[in-house]
Design a protein around this ligand. Structure first.
Ligand code: SF4
Length: 472
């Protein structure tokens, strides 16, 4: 297949396993940002909600659609691979008073945000289902007093759930509260792997919840899987994938385990002797991806797969995909309000993030009603690069004509240095270009973050202490 043909198919999601070799995967396996934002969050500078002058949250007044994220950082036990911002506790009172702070923080936005419909709401963690049904209801009622929450299929209300911490009756509560999407953290079904990461969960538990959620009308169920965990090998991962296929989730995120114990304390509990070698991880990625695509799942790009009848797969085919902090989405909103410890918000003018630690978050909310500690005001060049990166990540191509319209220069002269950085990817057939487009090829879908990184001006020409996860 020549480049022009690859361009023709690159805008549609793939059900074919592209030609990949372990050598090619290894060549691009180094550390690289995931570009859930541009600039990436490690670049944010100190900022507070009391800062004067023009700030990114000022743009909330003019939004027409809104996204909400609430971070619930509590978990009952520690999974050793975890890289999330969480607190392990059995004291429910902590969660209840945390919720008081979240609702107080929401009040801070009352005067600052237009009463725009919330088209997307996501509860993440931690373990959002750590909250009991009464507090889930209290949370949604409190948010409903400030934001324009709506029910129905034209909104996307999702919750991350730990199958070990989700009662069947809670599914009723969640549906009554308007949730229509459920994301279950599976990771791996092999018992030895589960023991090595301290997360024991049977396929039967997951089956019961999946069937229970379907019966109650959840429109989409997605599973998170991880490869590269201690004790995993190709055969055990294939068995997990087969068990997952049997349950037929609508979407699957297949993440790579990044072992960064100096950054994530929990990972120090992992027996490093059991961690698969880089070449074994590559073999796992290839085997798992092949298994999923052979079973009919569409590879959307990055780590995401969807059944062909899933709305995300259809949106990818029609170039309607968008990307936010939760990954690919159908419902891009004009702005995101993130509530809770470490939550990130954005508007068209930039980003702002809350204090990470629960203590600092609670203290800031107590003092000022908000907990912003850092952020970023976008300049015109940031906006252009943000757009370029999102075009590549979501639509796998950049329209040179649009670049010319935005910059007044040809794509080649505006982004000569970036094209030079992409030369190895051109040579490996991962990106290509025609007169009208720069595009990602079929097999280039595996390396979207590498292609996006070429346009990250803060990553190049600067020394950085940032520690990104490896692609593999
Ligand atoms: S992986 Fe999820 S459930 Fe496990 S400790 Fe981390 S946030 Fe909690």
């Amino acid at each position: 297949m020549d480049d022009q043909c690859e361009s023709a198919v690159s805008a549609a999601p793939s059900q074919e396993l592209p030609a990949l070799s372990p050598q090619l995967l290894a060549r691009y396996a180094g550390a690289c940002p995931r570009y859930t934002s541009y600039p990436t969050a490690d670049r944010f500078y100190p900022l507070s909600g009391t800062a004067g002058g023009e700030q990114p949250w000022d743009a909330l007044k003019n939004v027409e659609t809104l996204s909400l994220y609430v971070h619930i950082p509590f978990c009952r036990s520690l999974c050793y691979f975890c890289a999330c911002n969480k607190i392990i506790t059995n004291q429910y009172g902590l969660a209840s008073s945390y919720l008081d702070n979240v609702l107080r923080e929401a009040q801070w936005y009352r005067e600052r945000v237009a009463k725009a419909p919330v088209v997307q709401l996501h509860l993440g963690g931690g373990t959002p289902t750590f909250l009991n049904d009464g507090d889930l209801t209290r949370l949604m009622a409190g948010l409903g007093e400030i934001f324009d929450l709506r029910a129905g299929d034209d909104v996307e209300y999702s919750i991350e759930a730990d199958p070990r911490v989700l009662e069947d009756e809670t599914l009723d509560t969640l549906r009554e509260l308007g949730f229509n999407r459920l994301s279950l953290g599976i990771q791996d079904f092999n018992l030895d792997v589960q023991r090595a990461v301290n997360r024991i969960c049977s396929p039967e538990q997951v089956r019961a919840l999946t069937e229970g959620a379907r019966a109650r009308g959840f429109g989409s169920i997605s599973y998170d899987l991880i490869y590269g965990l201690p004790g995993q090998d190709v055969a055990s991962l294939e068995q997990t994938i087969d068990a997952v296929m049997d349950l037929a989730p609508d979407r699957i995120a297949l993440y790579h385990y990044a072992h960064l114990p100096e950054r994530f304390k929990a990972q120090r509990l992992i027996n490093t002797d059991l961690i698969p070698s880089p070449s074994a991880k590559i073999a796992m990625q290839l085997a798992a991806s092949r298994r999923l695509t052979e079973a009919g799942y569409v590879f959307l790009g990055m780590d995401h797969f969807a059944r062909p009848d899933d709305a995300l797969a259809q949106a990818a085919a029609e170039r309607r995909l968008a990307r936010n902090f939760q990954g690919y989405t159908l419902m891009p909103a004009d702005a995101l309000v993130g509530l809770g410890a470490s939550a990130i918000s954005y508007s068209r003018d930039g980003y702002w993030q809350n204090h990470h630690s629960l203590k600092e978050y609670a203290a800031a909310i107590g003092e000022r009603g908000e907990a912003i500690c850092r952020g970023w005001q976008l300049n015109p060049d940031d906006r252009l690069r943000q757009w370029l990166i999102m075009e590549l990540m979501c639509h796998l191509r950049i329209d040179k004509g649009e670049v010319e319209a935005k910059t007044g220069q040809s794509f080649e002269s505006a982004f000569g240095a970036e094209l030079a950085r992409l030369q190895p990817m051109f040579a490996d057939g991962l990106v290509g270009q025609s007169e009208s487009d720069l595009y990602v090829t079929e097999r280039g879908r595996w390396f979207l973050r590498n292609a996006a990184a070429a346009f990250d001006v803060y990553l190049h020409g600067q020394q950085t202490g940032a520690r990104y996860s490896r692609v593999l």
